[in-house]
Design a protein around this ligand. Structure first.
Ligand code: MG
Ligand code: NI
Length: 488
C-alpha cells in the first residue's frame, strides 16, 4: 500500500478546542504533505445507548450527548419526536418559542467561540507572544471586547433559561410542541437589554470584518479549500436556522439540489467509513465519494441562502459576499465573520419574537397519530444536525442515527489542515508556527469535539515526525502553558 509508505507527523490534542483531538500528517518520499488526518473519536455509543428507551425521553436524554451544544440536540430530537407523534405542524406559539430557544443557543455559542476561543488568535496573530493566547491576556489588552463577549453569551444563556427552564438540560421542547409559554414579565426582562445586544452584535460583525480585511490576502487564502456547501434553507431561499429544505451548491455556486424534504436525506447524502477514523465522512450521493464532500455551518449558510430576513444581518451579508465579488466565499477564516453575521441575525430575531404576543399564548402542544419513525434536522451553531429515530410497537427506540455538524465538516477540516500545514512546512522539521496554523485552521470550523468525541481532557500537544521507515526523526512538544520544546 502506497499510503503506508508515507511519513507520519502526529499532532496531539488541540488547545481551546473542546475535547480531544489528534492530527497525523502523512508525508510522501519528497517530504510533501500528502494528507492530513484529524482523529476524532465519534460518540457512536450514544446511538446504541438510546435503544430501548421510550421515545418521549429523547428531547431530554439527548442533551447528555454534549455539554457544549445540549440545546441543539434537544431541539433536533424534539423535531424528530413531532413526526413520531404524527404532528406535521406544531402551533405558531410553540414554533416561536422553540425558535427563541434556538436563537438564544446560537447566540451564546457563537459568542463563546469568537470571544473566548478564537479572538486571541484573530486579534493578536498566532505568532504573537504566549500571554495573548488566552483569555487572561485578552482581558489585559482589550477589556471592552471581552466584556461585550461575556455579556452577549450571558444574554443567550438567559434566553435559554427562560424558554427551557434551565440553562442546560431543560425541558422546553416536547413531542408536538413546548411545555411552557413566555410570560409578559419574562419578555420585559429580556427586552431590557436587547438593543445593547443588537449593537454589540453589530460591533462584533465590524470587528470580525476588520480582522479579516487587515491582512486580506493571507486571510483569503489561509487553509482555503474549494468545496460544495450544504444547509437548510427556507422555501423562498431565505436563511433559516430552525427549519427548511435541504439545499446544496457546488463550489462555483450552482445548485446541486434544493427544497429537498429532509426526511429524505438518506437519498441525498451517504456516510463513508474510513479505517483510520471513528468519525464518518458524509458526501453528496450524486457527486460520489471523491468529489461529494461539503461544508456546513456559518460559512456555508451565508453562502447558500439568497438573503437574510433581518435588515442588519442582511446588510452585513451583502458586505460579506463582496470579498469574492459575489462568488462563493471559500476562505476558511471567513467562518469567523459569517459566524458574527449569524450572531447579529439571532439578536434581531430574538427582539422580533419578544415583541410577538403569540409567545405568551397557551396553545402549546398538538397531538396526532403515532408513527414508526421521525427525522429532525436543524441548523445547529456548527452546522446541519440530523436526528433520525425508529420506534417499535412499545414506543421504544429501536434505531438511532445521528449526523452531527462536526461530522458533516470532517472531510473539509482534514483538507484545510493539509493546506495550512503544507503552506508553512519546510519539508524537514516541525515548527511552532506550523502547529499554531493547524490549530487555527481547525478552530475556524468551531468543531464540537465533545459532541463528536469522548472527551479525554487536556494533554500537552505532541508532534512527531516519522520517516519513511518508521523512525522518529523529530518530536515537538507543546505544553499546556503553550511553551514548546524539541525532544530528541
Ligand atoms: Mg451516525
Ligand atoms: Ni456538541
Amino acid at each position: 500500500m502506497a499510503s503506508e509508505k508515507l511519513k507520519k507527523v502526529t499532532i496531539e490534542p488541540l488547545t481551546r478546542v473542546e475535547g480531544h483531538g489528534k492530527v497525523t500528517l502523512l508525508l510522501d518520499p519528497e517530504n510533501q504533505i500528502k494528507q492530513a488526518r484529524l482523529h476524532i473519536v465519534e460518540f457512536r455509543g450514544f446511538e446504541k445507548f438510546i435503544q430501548g428507551r421510550p421515545y418521549w425521553e429523547l428531547p431530554v436524554v439527548v442533551q447528555r450527548l454534549c455539554g457544549i451544544c445540549p440545546v441543539s440536540h434537544h431541539i433536533a430530537a424534539a423535531k424528530a419526536c413531532d413526526q413520531i407523534v404524527g404532528v406535521n405542524e406544531i402551533t405558531p406559539t410553540a414554533e416561536k418559542i422553540r425558535r427563541l430557544m434556538h436563537y438564544g443557543q446560537t447566540l451564546q455559542s457563537h459568542a463563546l467561540h469568537f470571544f473566548y476561543l478564537s479572538a486571541p488568535d484573530l486579534l493578536f496573530g498566532y505568532d504573537d507572544s504566549i500571554r495573548h493566547r488566552n483569555i487572561v491576556g485578552m482581558i489585559a489588552d482589550r477589556p471592552e471586547i471581552v466584556k461585550q463577549g461575556i455579556l452577549l453569551r450571558k444574554f443567550g444563556q438567559e434566553v435559554i433559561r427562560v424558554t427551557c427552564g434551565k440553562r442546560i438540560h431543560g425541558t422546553g421542547a416536547i413531542p408536538g410542541g413546548v411545555n411552557n409559554n413566555v410570560s409578559q414579565e419574562q419578555r420585559n426582562y429580556l427586552l431590557t437589554d436587547i438593543d445593547n445586544i443588537i449593537n454589540w452584535g453589530q460591533e462584533a460583525v465590524y470587528l470580525a470584518k476588520e480582522l479579516f480585511m487587515t491582512d486580506l490576502e493571507h486571510n483569503k487564502t489561509f487553509a482555503c479549500i474549494d468545496t460544495n456547501m450544504f444547509a437548510l434553507t427556507r422555501s423562498d431561499g431565505a436563511f433559516d436556522l430552525y427549519h427548511g429544505g435541504l439545499r446544496a451548491k457546488h463550489a462555483d455556486g450552482t445548485i446541486i439540489f434544493d427544497k429537498v424534504d429532509y426526511t429524505e436525506y438518506e437519498n441525498y447524502i451517504k456516510e463513508e467509513v474510513k479505517p483510520w477514523s471513528y468519525m464518518k465522512f458524509p458526501f453528496i450521493t450524486s457527486l460520489g465519494r471523491k468529489s461529494g464532500s461539503y461544508r456546513v455551518g456559518p460559512l456555508a449558510r451565508i453562502n447558500i441562502c439568497d438573503y437574510i430576513d433581518t435588515p442588519l444581518a442582511e446588510s452585513a451579508r451583502k458586505d460579506f459576499i463582496q470579498i469574492s465579488d459575489g462568488e462563493m466565499v471559500q476562505s476558511t477564516l471567513a467562518y469567523h465573520w459569517a459566524r458574527m453575521i449569524e450572531l447579529l441575525h439571532c439578536a434581531e430575531k430574538i427582539k422580533q419574537l419578544l415583541h410577538d404576543s403569540e409567545i405568551g399564548k397557551n396553545d402549546l402542544q398538538v397531538k396526532g397519530t403515532m408513527q414508526e419513525s421521525g427525522i429532525g434536522v436543524i441548523e445547529a451553531p456548527r452546522g446541519t444536525l440530523f436526528h433520525h429515530y425508529e420506534i417499535d410497537e412499545n414506543s421504544l427506540v429501536s434505531k438511532c442515527n445521528l449526523i452531527v455538524a462536526t461530522t458533516n465538516n470532517n472531510a473539509a477540516m482534514n483538507n484545510s489542515v493539509r493546506k495550512a500545514a503544507s503552506d508553512i512546512f519546510d519539508g524537514r522539521k516541525l515548527s511552532e508556527p506550523m502547529l499554531n496554523a493547524i490549530e487555527v485552521a481547525i478552530r475556524a470550523y468551531d468543531p464540537c469535539l465533545s459532541c463528536a468525541t469522548h472527551a479525554l481532557g487536556k494533554m500537552p500537544l505532541e508532534v512527531k515526525l516519522v520517516d519513511n521507515d518508521g523512525n522518529l526523526q523529530d518530536r515537538l512538544i507543546k505544553n499546556s502553558d503553550r511553551s514548546c520544546q524539541r525532544q530528541p
